[in-house]
Design a protein around this ligand. Structure first.
Ligand code: GLA
Length: 373
């Protein structure tokens, strides 16, 4: 099989969510930042109507006929290919005519860490294929194609924050995302000028969004909104919290809804502080978000709770789990002079409990999806 013509190469980043967790599928607010780690996708045309997908991180390439692309078409060992293939499927669902394609991907977002390696992959592929075939996709189109791939082809019922962050990321900024209007407000978050680190601890506790727990949380939120008679929990303000608690019919729904209602409020409060350059002052809101995710939304794990506890004990202004949860990473806003010592202390605490050794690194807000020519 031969490839012909030009080549399109695009890179799209992973993300860290600063605050606003499990709010996106409630039409609420979240505040991610794109990170340096990401995925590069290179697309070229093939003469035959097949899709060949290869990854620098995987073994044998996967090949599938264009007309065979359908949700569930991959064997378990090839499931990684469903993210790029899902993007092609979503494009065809929208009426784009695709010919044979070779897609080569190469990424450095740790998989399963809750840093959106999958959104990085989807968005890079959507951008590369859109460019190669001159489909005229806007940035908003990239987000929705990538999201359709993840929701309807891969089958992960996620809420869209990750793709929005990957596509619209801006160096030096977090993005306040209104997940109802899909408006994105970049807010300066210049860690270097503020003399701060955003430290990430990857707990390496396994994380998986397709295993049902995420979907359960989402279903509980939808049920709570139904009982409250609103389109989504976004429509319940903090001043209505007590009334909402009195209306809901179970403790479980009360806890889930309380998280979302308070988290939306915390996210807007963080936005307000950052708009006026008060980076250190957001710390307590980050920690309150963690407590809410741990106690009310129940998506943390002992490894991440321990990391947060140690980070706070070592001087972090605030620390929290980031991403979907059930494993993944903790983040901390911390003075650079304390970051190394804090990371070492987390490692020692993990060793003391026989947890897998965590990894740590700092992140700064990076640019979103971009062409590498
Ligand atoms: C995952 C999902 C997002 C979002 C977060 C939780 O990352 O992909 O859509 O729901 O979990 O905030």
């Amino acid at each position: 099989m031969t490839s012909s013509g030009r080549l399109a190469r695009w890179r799209s980043p992973g993300r860290v969510n600063l605050i606003g967790e499990h709010t996106d599928y409630n039409d609420g607010f979240c505040m991610p930042l794109a990170i340096e780690q990401g995925c590069t996708a290179t697309a070229t045309a093939l003469d035959e109507p097949v899709v060949r997908i290869s990854s620098a991180q995987r073994g044998t390439p996967v090949e599938v006929g264009l007309d065979e692309l359908a949700p569930g078409c991959f064997a378990e060992q090839d499931e990684w290919a469903s993210y790029p293939a899902g993007v092609l499927w979503a494009l065809m669902e929208r009426g784009s005519k695709l010919g044979g394609l070779s897609i080569a991907v190469d990424g450095d977002v740790p998989a399963g860490a809750g840093l959106s390696s999958s959104a990085a992959l989807e968005c890079a592929v959507a951008a590369a294929v859109g460019d190669l075939l001159e489909l005229g996709l806007s940035r908003a189109d990239l987000v929705s194609v990538a999201r359709q791939a993840e929701n309807d082809f891969v089958g992960a019922p996620t809420g869209g924050m990750d793709q929005l962050a990957s596509v619209f990321g801006q160096a030096g900024h977090v993005l306040l995302c209104d997940m109802r209007s899909m408006d994105v407000e970049p807010i300066p978050f210049d860690l270097e000028t503020a003399g701060l680190n955003l430290l990430v601890i990857d707990s390496r506790a396994p994380h998986q969004l397709t295993d049902g727990l995420y979907g359960e949380r989402r279903a509980a939120c939808e049920e709570a909104a139904r009982q409250l008679g609103v389109p989504a929990l976004r429509d319940v303000g903090l001043e209505e919290l007590d009334a909402a608690m009195a209306t809901l019919d179970s403790d479980l729904l009360r806890k889930r809804a309380r998280h979302v209602i308070t988290e939306n409020d915390r996210t807007e409060a963080v936005a307000q502080l950052l708009r006026t350059g008060q980076l250190r002052a957001i710390g307590p809101l980050l920690t309150a978000s963690h407590e809410s995710l741990r106690d009310d939304f129940e998506v943390s794990v002992p490894e991440v709770d321990l990391a947060v506890e140690v980070l706070l004990a070592f001087g972090a202004y605030g620390a929290r789990i980031t991403g979907g949860g059930f494993g993944g990473c903790a983040i901390a806003l911390i003075e650079p002079a304390q970051a190394r010592e804090a990371a070492i202390a987390v490692g020692a605490a993990f060793a003391g409990r026989q947890y897998r050794a965590p990894s740590s690194f700092t992140v700064t807000p990076a640019a979103g999806t971009r062409s590498l020519g």
